[in-house]
Write a protein that binds this ligand. Structure first.
Ligand code: PMP
Length: 364
């Protein structure tokens, strides 16, 4: 008898995978679709990797620190946080997965703002956990009462919100944490580009985890490093469910070096924020409906003299830009995003190329 492949677990058989943004093949693209950093990472990261490769890469024979101890120390220095309450991961996606593995499951749903990051439901589905979505209000606000009563064991509050771009104040997040009787995960993937963050809440409150990524502000998306700043008692739980060596040796040292180079971070983040403001101003001048933008991207609904803001207009503009090898992203599945494009903030030159193509689209 030939071997039979067993059926997948029923909840796995029923789930769909995450759909990442397009990574185009070949050169010549202006890539403004996945919120990557247009500037290089810290030179210190590159030097650290080079230094680790001496002696014919002898260090690569050895496993890395299992719990990323030196990297966690660098995170602790960076944020003024207790290193024993830091957990490092293979991207913040890994951290989000650990949180769901540890705290959600059958009968223990996750909650999330809608719209927000579409990975959370995928990670929940993999653990057979239900998802409760709390709608962001038409004025881009948060319904604290709805979160408090949503019944989730863990709630993901993406701040600044992606893909909307809007940021919620630490005072509002504090009020959510105090009203919600579960674990509140503040996903701060884009917080380095915002005016404020919620690290102090993770330090003080018993139920707030802040998650961070090195992919955006630190320009290290290709290395895959993220981390959690945990309330007392939570790091120990997350360590139980992570892979034994979940951050590789080169990623650990390069990320630690980047965290210690605050100057490069400040210079590049300031440049990205300045370009973002120029982009917002230019699009508003053209009559586009532009959301408040606190991350390294702008959500804006295209309009022209011939086309009002609509799903079709957004699709038309997207295709026009794509035909000029300018890649942005659409989110057609929610009423707050369906008429818009999400444009990552690129270099000044990339932003000029985008604005020139927009001008051509508006004339066409
Ligand atoms: N959270 C949000 C809100 C994001 O947009 C992203 C990036 N797509 C992540 C987390 C994951 O980042 P990382 O590259 O660290 O896995």
């Amino acid at each position: 008898m030939s071997a039979q492949i067993p059926a997948a677990n029923p909840h796995v058989a029923a789930m769909s995978p995450y759909v990442p943004g397009e990574q185009p093949q070949g050169g010549g693209w202006v890539k403004l679709n996945t919120n990557e950093n247009p500037y290089p990472p810290s030179l210190r990261s590159l030097e650290a990797i080079r230094a680790a490769l001496v002696n014919d890469g002898a260090a690569l024979r050895l496993y890395p620190s299992p719990d990323s101890a030196p990297l966690r120390e660098a995170v602790a220095r960076f944020h003024g946080f207790d290193a024993t309450r830091v957990v490092a991961g293979n991207g913040s996606d890994d951290i989000l997965n650990l949180i769901i593995r540890a705290y959600a499951g059958p009968g223990r749903p996750i909650g999330m703002l809608n719209p927000s990051y579409s990975l959370y439901p995928v990670l929940a589905a993999a653990q057979a956990a239900d998802v409760v979505k709390v709608e962001i209000t038409a004025s881009l606000g948060v319904d604290i009462d709805a979160i408090a009563k949503c019944g989730a064991a863990v709630f993901f509050l993406t701040n600044p919100n992606a893909p909307l771009g809007v940021a919620f104040t630490p005072d509002l997040v504090r009020a959510v944490a105090q009203a919600f009787p579960g674990l509140l995960v503040v996903d701060e993937a884009y917080a380095a580009f915002a005016d404020a963050d919620c690290v102090a809440l993770a330090r003080e409150l018993p139920n707030v985890i802040v998650t961070r990524t090195m992919s955006k502000a630190h320009a290290l998306a290709g290395l895959r490093v993220g981390y959690a700043l945990c309330p007392v008692g939570v790091a120990e739980i997350l360590h139980r469910v992570r892979d034994s060596y979940n951050v590789d040796r080169l990623a650990q040292i390069a990320a630690a070096a980047a965290l210690d180079d605050r100057e490069w971070l400040d210079v590049t983040v300031a440049q990205i924020c300045a370009t973002r403001e120029r982009l917002v101003t230019a699009l508003r001048k053209l009559g586009w409906q532009v959301n408040p933008a606190a991350g390294n991207f702008v959500l804006a609904a295209p309009v022209s003299s011939k086309r009002a803001a609509s799903v079709e207009t957004s699709a038309h503009c997207f295709e026009f830009l794509r035909s000029r090898k300018i890649l942005v992203r659409r989110f057609p599945n929610h009423r707050l995003t369906e008429k818009s494009l999400r444009i990552s903030v690129g270099t000044e030159q990339e932003t000029d190329a985008f604005l020139q193509a927009v001008a051509a689209w508006m004339e066409g």
